[in-house]
Design a protein around this ligand. Structure first.
Ligand code: CP3
Length: 341
């Protein structure tokens, strides 16, 4: 098996820099579109054979060094008691919005075997299919990022209702965060027990917080999640989008790998994070819309700087865009392997 990715996570010696791509299974691939034409997104997530098929597509087509379970961060919110819909063009919609004590108190902590068996079945199926190929990454949203979806009722620009609750009713906000955290712990534990060989926690919107607010309203819940998962013995990646102002704090999460976005210089990020942790990132996803020469310069620079870290996993600084030419994603993977080997 190609275990380069797992070795880099733990800071062990590797022959080249491993790469995977956030949102590597998705709409930019015609092969994904072909499957997606037949079923809606939630059905795809809930059908293990199909979810496994699209998980494997980027492994076969791009040659990445890890597979990531095909699912969505909003999946465990449904069995907590929120209705989740994905509207074409408008993105996710969650109802009822979680703004009142009586709604929040009705939320339950999920039991993954009972509530999301399809996720665990997909993982088991994938481990069989991936034998002798690459490791499988499981994932969840971080509690704060999930809370924004529950409170706003969908995607948001300014997180007005989330911050309103955080600032004016912190106890209520924390009671919601605690429930989400317990769900996240049981969800990720179940993924690991089913066969996930690493997990990534996506704090996609934590970068909208000031450092003080991040320290108080997101970080403790991530720390608690990681503390609970540590004994299960798989690498834990903590991705913080817009991490520039939060790196030193994110480092205290206890994660084995910190995932960073492209707005920070990876060399400076490594200095700020110190020696005890690996780093994942951080090419601007839009660099895949440049020509090969420009891309190669950016990739070589990140690889060179990444060598200063205990371990470096190459990735984009955030998810790949649906408009990305698949050939450029393929080129990127080849380049990383060639330039680092
Ligand atoms: O990385 C992978 O390939 C694994 C699959 C994966 C998806 N979503 C598939 C998906 C992962 C890891 C996610 C995580 C996710 N989902 C995040 C965190 C990562 C990030 O980008 O910050 C967030 C914030 C979500 C929530 C979400 N899911 C939104 C806002 C949307 C709609 C916007 C959009 O791009 O359409 C989704 C839908 C979604 N999740 C799609 C895919 C492939 C598109 C669905 C489709 O086929 O129409």
């Amino acid at each position: 098996m190609n275990d380069t990715f797992l070795r880099a996570c733990m800071g062990e010696k590797v022959d080249y820099t491993p790469i995977w791509i956030m949102r590597q299974a998705g709409r930019y691939l015609p092969e994904y579109q072909a499957v997606r034409k037949k079923v809606d997104f939630l059905t795809l997530c809930k059908t293990p054979e199909l979810a496994a098929e699209v998980t494997l597509q980027p492994v076969d087509i791009l040659g990445v060094d890890a597979a990531i379970l095909f699912s969505d961060i909003l999946i465990p919110l449904e069995p907590m008691g929120v209705k989740v819909r994905f509207l074409e063009k408008k993105g996710p919609q969650l109802r009822p919005v979680m703004r009142k004590k009586r709604d929040i108190e009705k939320l339950t902590v999920i039991n993954p075997k009972r509530d999301v068996p399809f996720v665990l079945d997909t993982i088991k199926l994938l481990r069989r299919k991936l034998r002798r190929k690459v490791p499988l990454i499981g994932f969840s949203g971080a509690p704060f990022t999930l809370a924004t979806y529950m409170i706003e009722g969908g995607s948001s620009k300014n997180f007005l209702e989330t911050k309103r609750m955080m600032f004016s009713a912190p106890e209520l906000f924390h009671s919601l965060m605690k429930r989400i955290t317990e769900t996240t712990i049981s969800y990720l534990s179940a993924q690991i027990k089913a066969g996930a060989q690493a997990v990534q926690i996506f704090d996609s919107w934590a970068g909208a917080l000031s450092p003080d607010d991040y320290r108080e309203h997101s970080l403790p819940f991530v720390k608690r999640t990681i503390e609970e998962l540590k004994p299960l013995g798989v690498p834990i990646i903590y991705f913080v989008n817009n991490c520039g102002g939060l790196l030193e704090l994110a480092r205290t999460s206890g994660a084995d790998v910190i995932g960073i976005d492209w707005r920070v210089d990876i060399s400076k990020a490594i200095t700020r994070l110190g020696k005890g942790v690996s780093v994942q990132g951080n090419l601007d996803p839009l660099a895949l819309f440049s020509d090969e020469g420009v891309l190669e310069k950016k990739v070589a620079d990140i690889i060179k700087k990444g060598r200063r870290a205990r371990g470096h996993i190459f990735n984009l600084g955030h998810g790949i865009l649906p408009q990305t030419p698949p050939e450029m994603a393929k080129k990127l993977v080849q380049m990383v392997h060639e330039l680092s080997g």
